[in-house]
Design a protein around this ligand. Structure first.
Ligand code: ATP
Ligand code: MG
Length: 264
């Protein structure tokens, strides 16, 4: 029997604070505007920020999901979902950071497997650790978006990660250079960056997407790419994020299921 299979997109980096969470939420906003059903899974188990950023509160986090699976108490997926809007659902990271150590990757694997059958897009925000859980996620993802900044240490570590990917013949990743996090970091040219990481830069978010009062949007529980002012003032980067979002779901099988259905 045919079943729905959405795209699993992981957002990963080799350094913290490079803009993963902001970009994950921004992509969710774009997919939501494209009419896609999106799940954001916060796999930054110790210091996840998706729940707070979106103002969704749930008594049940991914830890409870794992714990219930482990103890055969799991009934339905919806029990662990918080709703942000009509198209965006969220599974939050553990409420107590100590619970992060009790999340076994075999259950994360199961949750990802269920999620892709329920959503068009599953976006997974991560931390930058090479943990078993992140390795399972990278392995299972349809595509991984690797975020780098114009920072020599970040780039050196990304070079190592990409070389591991290449050694293991993993090619379903894309590299995004995020210039919006720190606008004054422009010491290395794109040519230098490509030389350091020994890889192409697939997407660039420009320094124009730096939002000075970004915390205001967070406090208002707003997704940047759903805010009218941002949409009109940051047209160039919104276009780039939209193009990237479309590109990422067209990577495998020659196209996105829904787009195909619409055009046929
Ligand atoms: N476009 C932007 N404009 C202004 N500030 C930004 C932008 N993108 C990210 N930031 C800020 O940079 C910091 C790091 O961003 P973010 O939390 O998205 O990174 P991260 O990679 O998820 O970090 P962590 O590894 O700690 O989870 C945050 O304070 C965020 O508000
Ligand atoms: Mg983050």
């Amino acid at each position: 029997m045919a079943y729905k299979k959405g795209k699993l997109i992981s957002i990963f980096s080799t350094k913290g604070g490079v803009g993963k969470t902001v970009l994950t939420l921004s992509m969710a906003g774009i997919y939501s505007n494209l009419g896609k059903k999106v799940l954001i899974l916060d796999m930054d188990f110790v210091s996840g920020g998706v729940g707070v950023s979106l103002g969704v509160s749930s008594k049940r986090s991914i830890y409870n999901f794992v714990d219930d699976l482990n103890n055969k108490r799991y009934k339905e997926f919806e029990d662990y979902i918080s709703k942000y809007n009509e198209n965006i659902d969220v599974i939050i990271s553990p409420i107590d950071p100590r619970e992060s150590n009790k999340i076994e990757s075999k259950f994360v694997d199961m949750i990802l497997g269920i999620a892709v059958k329920k959503y068009d897009i599953v976006l997974v925000d991560t931390n930058h650790i090479f943990s078993d859980n992140n390795l399972i996620l990278l392995d299972k993802s349809d595509v991984t978006l690797l975020i780098v900044t114009n920072d020599p240490i970040d780039l050196k570590n990304m070079k190592s990660l990409i070389s591991i990917f290449k050694d293991s013949e993993k090619s379903n990743y894309k590299v995004l250079l995020n210039n919006s996090r720190d606008t004054d970091k422009d010491y290395l040219t794109n040519f230098d960056i490509k030389n350091i990481i020994k890889n192409n830069i697939d997407y660039t978010i420009s320094s124009s997407f730096h939002i000075k009062d970004i915390d205001k949007y967070t406090l208002n529980r707003e997704i940047l790419t759903l805010n009218k002012k941002i949409l009109s003032k940051k047209k160039g980067d919104i276009k780039k994020i939209t193009q990237m979002a479309r590109d990422l779901i067209n990577i495998e099988n020659g196209g996105d299921r829904n787009d195909k259905e619409k055009s046929s």
